[in-house]
Design a protein around this ligand. Structure first.
Ligand SMILES: Nc1ncnc2c1ncn2[C@@H]1O[C@H](COP(=O)(O)OP(=O)(O)OP(=O)(O)O)[C@@H](O)[C@H]1O
Ligand SMILES: O=P(O)(O)OC[C@@]1(O)O[C@H](CO)[C@@H](O)[C@@H]1O
Length: 305
């Protein structure tokens, strides 16, 4: 069974305007809401690939109810721990060809809620897959993902991690099986600059070899991705197209990798599916569909390096 963990979910409130004028009353040309947060997005994309998941994490208040209702309507299983405080709302602003984001403040996770969540993870079994994705609520310590990865690995559960900053640095010490930082997050991780593909490969190799991470996929937006892992070292080009909405492109890449890995057990095919999925989401208003991904697959080229 695949589980996604979103410790800090959100309603994504996506607002489009022709132009944004700070300090003035602005009116949306269009807007919509979606259940968001990185793990939830992975569940939503896998659902579109006909792969079942259960979404875990913390949810609270009327915003939390919106998210659980949304997932229930889509027939996506979920088993969140309930909180009193509201789940956050993240504002995604699209104006004059630019995307800006204001991500909200997380509710507080108290010890009782955290232990209830851990008890759910304790039930998982060898062969299960867990995707841990997104920021940590500020009330949780920065080594939370590290502790969870270590605990799950002891049970023979495959762990996949997509986060950034100190929680990522810490969690790498527990060697999750698959990580997908983007190239900015990779540079931040090593406190250095990433100027070209060679720099990306050098740092990704360090993650694979020194931190013993089986699959490292560094996403690079319109420049595709670089994979370093048990499947070798390769650069994947991104399909060309007009970016409409990049929110969730990275999560779609994670879902695409899992789908490719599960169905083909081949890292090259999985990385290719990841890039096609990320691009299909970038080119559409919301998350990609399987048809959109498969239409783009033949346009992803791979160079072994
Ligand atoms: N403008 C674009 N054109 C083509 N493909 C894109 C574009 N932006 C993103 N992608 C695709 O999506 C994948 C993931 O994108 P990106 O590197 O931006 O991830 P991310 O930073 O984790 O994204 P986000 O946080 O917005 O979800 C890329 O590897 C690429 O395949
Ligand atoms: O604040 P975090 O947890 O880092 O990111 C949250 C978020 O920006 O990530 C998703 C897109 O990847 C959105 O659905 C959501 O709003």
């Amino acid at each position: 069974m695949i589980y996604t963990v979103t410790l800090n979910p959100a309603i994504d409130y996506v607002v489009s305007l022709d132009a944004f004028h700070p300090g003035e009353v602005n009116r949306s040309a269009s807007d919509y809401k979606e259940a968001g947060g990185k793990g939830i997005n992975v569940s939503r994309v896998l659902d579109r690939f006909d792969v079942s998941t259960t979404a875990l994490g913390f949810i609270g208040g009327f915003t939390g109810k919106y998210i659980t209702d949304y997932l229930t309507d889509m027939n996506i299983e979920h088993d969140f721990v309930s909180l009193q405080q509201d789940t956050r709302i993240n504002v995604k602003l699209k104006a004059a060809g630019e995307e800006s984001e204001v991500n909200g403040v997380s509710p507080t996770i108290d010890e009782e809620a955290y232990q209830t969540f851990i008890a759910k993870l304790e039930q998982l079994k060898e062969g299960d897959i867990v995707v841990l994705a997104g920021s940590l609520p500020s009330s949780l310590p920065s080594d939370t993902y590290k502790e969870i990865v270590a605990m799950l690995k002891q049970k023979g559960v495959m762990t996949i991690l997509d986060t950034s900053g100190t929680p990522l640095t810490e969690a790498l010490k527990a060697s999750p099986a698959f990580v997908k930082p983007n190239h900015h997050e990779l540079a931040e991780l090593f406190d250095t600059e990433v100027k070209n593909d060679a720099d990306v490969v050098t740092l990704a190799k360090r993650l694979h070899e020194e931190q013993q991470i089986d699959h490292v996929l560094i996403s690079m937006a319109k420049d595709g991705a670089i994979y370093v892992g048990t499947g070798g070292v390769m650069k994947l080009s991104a399909p060309q197209g007009t970016a409409v909405n990049s929110v969730g492109a990275g999560d779609s890449a994670v879902a695409g990798f899992i789908y490719g890995w599960q169905s083909l057990e081949n890292a090259e095919a999985a990385a290719k599916y990841a890039v096609a999925s990320g691009s299909a989401t970038a080119f559409s208003k919301t998350l990609c569909t399987k048809e959109e991904v498969e239409a783009l697959l033949p346009t992803v080229s791979i160079e072994h390096i």
